[in-house]
Design a protein around this ligand. Structure first.
Ligand SMILES: *Cc1c(COP(=O)(O)O)cnc(C)c1O
Length: 512
């Protein structure tokens, strides 16, 4: 096997055949060509375009001009297209099959949204264009804002945050601004044990100390522990509802009242809004600020770091502190309020937010209608409960059902089998499925969190469930080899993910 200069196996020999199979002569297997890095494929003296030699001209860069080759690989157009197409075939995406990642809401992205987002009037405009020339786009932002306020029952929304975590930052900055405005220097933010990592990270980033609130046996926030921790040093409580165990926090109204009695603010993490759209409004639950992951709840392709959008809705208590810019309408049309006015805490982004995501989200809403959005939530919850009910005799659900949009299992069913949650997830790859979310939330041991979303038909889920039941049975029957080397059928086997996260090699460097 040849190694590239980063120590990664590459080249034609990098493709491994299955045990017991013949090695192919070429190193390619099953209509899959081995794929080196583009730097290894192309050379600097090849190019897909002919550009005339540049005639002598005077450099005006004051000695800063490049002295050597730029070092980019030159490839012909067909070679370039093939390289990226081959890479794309190694990817797993929502357009390929069930994508059961819990806490991610990987749903189908209707093609209509894509068509709308590419309309030249939306796709080809520039954020610095005069506002009089982009009235339609501003009108769209305003209409989407109205939908978001209506669906959440909240009086204000900041559209600009660019993802869920960015929305959390927006919400906590507004909370801090509100506390500072009343001269109240509180220093603690409370988060439940099951919180998504971004919640404590956001609080810490804003300078707060984070304290953890334990969960009860039934997977919900322990309200007595919360009450005991609430005092005049607590700035905010951040709670996800439905929570990351896939459970609705049934005491949410009482929790909100306790938070407000202590003079603190209630930040709701709205990443799981998909489960309750059209059924419950966060405004009625006593929420002060909540981000909405447009890229989870209202479609939009996401993953792999792809674009997100995290508008934040605000209660009356916080709305004056919301960031700029925002859209207002008067007799002459739509305007952007660009500069900090009044109590607004300022600006979070250079321009107005993720226009493409706004178009997709509004297309999604308009094509579903309010009844369709409600049905999407109902179907998402129904599908998750179908998974829970169909697997509960062979896997171990962490809490009694019914669940909301996702089904949480732990690794008790793997006890004494020698198979871990990680092994189980890797074996799912051999079965053709992207693994579910694993080892999150942290409140249960060896968590496996499955969120089918409303996109899946019963037939798709039955197929998925059969594979999961097969794997559970194999683990219990002691077929450890099936798991410990898994995935056998993927181009790459087990990667050192810790090393990849801690010491990512992001630059290619020319070897010998
Ligand atoms: C996805 C998620 C977030 C973070 O949202 P991003 O858009 O990925 O930044 C926060 N909390 C929960 C519960 C989530 O599922």
């Amino acid at each position: 096997m040849s190694m590239n200069t980063q120590g990664r196996p590459t080249g034609v020999e990098g493709v491994e055949t299955q045990p017991g199979q013949f090695e192919s002569f070429s190193g390619h297997v099953g209509l899959r060509l081995a794929e080196p890095l583009i730097f290894e494929l192309g050379s600097t003296d090849t190019t897909g375009v002919d550009v005339p030699e540049v005639e002598d001209f005077d450099m005006c860069l004051g000695g800063l001009e490049r002295k050597s080759e730029i070092g980019c690989p030159g490839l012909s157009e067909p070679d370039t297209v093939r390289h990226y197409t081959r890479l794309s075939r190694r990817n797993y995406g929502i357009d390929m099959g069930v994508f059961p990642l819990g806490s991610c809401t990987m749903k189908h992205n209707p093609r209509l949204n894509e068509k709308m987002a590419r309309l030249p009037g939306f796709g080809d405009i520039h954020p610095l264009q005069p506002q009089s020339t982009v009235q339609g786009a501003l009108g769209l932002i305003d209409e989407l804002a109205t939908w978001l306020m209506t669906l959440t029952g909240m009086p204000a929304v900041a559209m600009s945050p660019k993802a869920g975590a960015h929305g959390e930052l927006c919400g906590v900055m507004a909370i801090r601004a509100a506390l500072e405005a009343r001269g109240d220097a509180r220093e603690i933010v409370l988060c439940p044990e099951s919180a998504h990592g971004t919640n404590p990270a956001t609080a810490a980033f804003c300078g707060y100390k984070v304290k953890s609130i334990p969960a009860k046996e039934n997977g919900r926030v322990d309200i007595e522990a919360l009450k005991a921790a609430l005092d005049d040093t607590v700035a905010a409580v951040m709670i996800t509802n439905p929570n990351t165990c896939g459970l609705f926090e049934t005491e949410i109204r009482e929790i909100a009242d306790e938070i407000h009695k202590a003079g603190a603010f209630f930040y709701a993490d709205g990443a799981n809004f998909n489960a309750i759209v059209g059924k419950a409004r966060p405004g009625d639950l006593g929420v002060d600020a909540m981000h909405i992951n447009l890229h989870k709840t209202f479609s939009t392709p996401h993953g792999g770091g792809g674009p997100g959008s995290g508008p934040v809705v605000f209660s009356d208590a916080l709305k004056d502190f919301a960031p700029v810019p925002y859209v207002v309408k008067d007799a002459e049309g739509f305007h952007l309020v660009e500069n900090k006015e009044g109590k607004s805490f300022g600006r979070m982004v250079a321009f107005h937010g993720q226009m493409g995501m706004y178009v997709r989200a509004l297309s999604y809403m308009l094509s579903h209608g309010s009844d369709g959005l409600k049905q999407a939530s109902e179907d998402a919850v129904l599908n998750a409960n179908y998974v829970l009910a169909s697997l509960k005799d062979v896997m171990t659900p962490s809490f009694d059902g019914p669940c909301m949009h996702e089904a949480l299992f732990d690794d008790r069913f793997l006890k004494d089998t020698g198979v871990t949650t990680l092994d189980f997830a890797k074996a799912m790859i051999d079965e053709g499925y992207h693994p579910m979310t694993m080892y999150f939330p942290l409140v249960v041991h060896g968590a496996m969190l499955i969120e089918p979303t409303e996109s899946e038909s019963k037939a798709n889920m039955d197929q998925f469930i059969r594979s999961m039941r097969g794997l559970a049975a194999a683990a219990k029957a002691g077929e450890v080899a099936r798991f410990e080397g898994a995935p056998y059928h993927a181009p790459w086997k087990r990667l050192d993910e810790t090393q990849a996260a801690r010491k990512p090699v992001l630059r290619w460097e020319a070897g010998e």
